[in-house]
Design a protein around this ligand. Structure first.
Ligand code: IPE
Ligand code: IPE
Ligand code: MG
Length: 268
């Protein structure tokens, strides 16, 4: 099952391209402001930056790209900006889906859809159905998504199906109900726009992800910035709780450093 490939349990080959990249695309408003443009122009240019990054990820052989497009907290923004973002999202789905499909890209949307209007919900469903069998790259867009919502929603869904688990349950019981249950956990997290925070993105799944922050504003983020993030990732040492000596290829001659392959956390 896909969950067993969770990167918390298996140490990925650091020299290779990350299998799963998660991005908080931040800085659209500031990009526009610097140019004396309305904030929404930044969002518009942000879609172009995303198109470019999707193309690069496909070329590089990244398997999963997950991007934060609209947080459950972003409803707090001025009504005009929210409605611009909603229409941009709809336009993007209508215009780009055929091209994504041609390129063998699977599109998924995570988040609480209940608050979107019918037209947008239908476009989301159509895009997911059309691209469901594609295997080139899985592009997941987080919209009206929050990491806490994800965990709460998963617990509720799990208990609805298995009321007896109210007595106690394990990570493995919960994980199939989380939004990203069919993907390995992100290897590399990128946040553009200079802020160094998670802003309620994938709280559960980022437990052991390598974090990368850049001041580049999202609309200006391009291939060379993605390459720099990946190069930084490839210099990291992912230990998942183990010591450096226990990592593959680093065993000491007396075998002291031998890795024990139990998962993260306590085993019953
Ligand atoms: C990120 O850019 C896009 C969304 C949150 C939709 P921002 O709009 O947050 O840009 P800044 O942070 O104000 O520059
Ligand atoms: C996070 O960006 C959400 C998205 C990029 C969609 P924000 O700009 O909304 O984050 P905060 O509020 O500054 O933390
Ligand atoms: Mg922001």
């Amino acid at each position: 099952m896909a969950q067993s490939q969770s990167s918390t349990r298996t140490i990925p080959d650091i020299a290779s391209v990350p299998r799963h990249i998660a991005i908080i695309m931040d800085g659209n408003g500031r990009w526009a402001k610097q140019r004396f443009l309305p904030r929404v122009m930044g969002h518009q240019r942000g879609v172009e930056a995303l198109r470019e990054v999707v193309k690069s990820c496909r070329e590089l052989g990244v398997e999963y790209l997950t991007v934060f497009a609209f947080s459950s907290e972003n409803w707090r923004r001025p009504a005009e900006e929210v409605s611009f973002l909603m229409s941009l999202f709809l336009k993007m789905l209508e215009r780009e889906v055929a091209k994504l499909h041609e390129n063998n890209i699977r599109l998924k949307i995570i988040g609480d859809r209940g608050r979107f209007d019918d037209k947008l919900m239908q476009a989301m469903q159509h895009a997911e159905q059309l691209t469901a069998d594609n295997v080139g790259l899985t592009l997941t867009i987080a919209a009206n998504y929050g990491g806490r919502w994800d965990v709460m929603h998963a617990v509720q869904a799990m208990l609805r199906e298995h009321p007896q688990l109210a007595q106690g349950f394990a990570e493995e019981d919960l994980s199939p109900y989380l939004s990203m249950s069919d993907a390995p956990e992100p290897d590399l997290f990128i946040r553009t726009g200079g802020e160094q925070r998670i802003s309620n993105f994938m709280l559960w799944q980022l437990a052991y992800t390598e974090l990368y922050f850049t001041d580049v504003l999202w609309p200006a983020f391009g291939r060379e910035d993605l390459d720099a993030a990946i190069a930084s990732y490839q210099k990291r040492e992912r230990r998942f709780g183990r010591t450096s000596e226990q990592l593959p290829g680093k065993q000491s001659p007396d075998g002291q450093g031998k890795a024990n392959d139990h998962g993260a956390g306590f085993q019953k």
